[in-house]
Design a protein around this ligand. Sequence first.
Ligand SMILES: Nc1ncnc2c1ncn2[C@@H]1O[C@H](COP(=O)(O)OP(=O)(O)OP(=O)(O)O)[C@@H](O)[C@H]1O
Length: 263
Amino acid sequence: MLELTGITKTFFPGTVNERKALVNVDLNLREGDFVTVIGSNGAGKSTLLNVVSGSIRSDSGTVVIGGKNVTKLTDYQRAAYIGRVFQNPSAGTAPHMTIEENLAMAKKRGKRRGLGWSVKKSLRQEFRDDLATLEQGLEDRLDDWVGLLSGGQRQSLSLLMATFTNPQILLLDEHTAALDPQRAASVTKITAELVEAQGLTTLMVTHNMEQALAMGNRLIMMHQGEIILDVDGIEKASMTVPDLLAEFEKHRGAELSDKDLLQ
Ligand SMILES: Nc1ncnc2c1ncn2[C@@H]1O[C@H](COP(=O)(O)OP(=O)(O)OP(=O)(O)O)[C@@H](O)[C@H]1O
């Protein structure tokens, strides 16, 4: 479903600020793969997602989604294939539009149509039904501005919007990291349910190793722009946090002080 081949991205090449964000990355996701992505700060996780979404163009390599080579397409041109939720709850929704208008906008994602968000009665009922699955009482607040919602409610809404059009790839970039533990747990549960219900091929970046082990069928660990561990199935299911730390240490040397990875 997603084939990345030979992806390399260097920021500010040839300068003192040169950063090798991705180094010859190959990654192949089968349809329905739910892959959690871990790694220390600056490992290249967000850049990987940006290259898939098209918001960053790689220096070399190819990106194929659903058999279509999208390497040269802009993020807008790829929007129909991709759903994405960011860490910041404000990023995925428009605060000065109502819940209904946000949902209508998501329905039209990637389609060439005018910016009219008028919603027919039947669609309104569909929105209510979808919102009810989030179990946050949002189905009765269709006319409320999204800016009035809590961070957890906005992330839940972002998730719903990102999965509305049944994208070929769902990208989750630390989407529970900015939430308190209770809201993070609720958004994690909704994520698992939505991905499972639609069989979505998913890449989820997280700094929480327990979450990375508990969710999905496959896990990759990145370090300095490379994928240094790729496990799935029973191998992943039998892994523990100490196993992950040991893998990380192998590549990083004896030093083990990265609080972000240790969360
Ligand atoms: N737009 C950019 N301009 C310059 N350098 C960048 C840019 N985006 C990322 N980098 C650099 O590329 C490297 C990889 O960054 P990236 O954000 O992909 O890492 P990450 O694994 O997502 O880190 P974190 O967990 O801290 O979010 C880092 O050295 C970072 O400073």
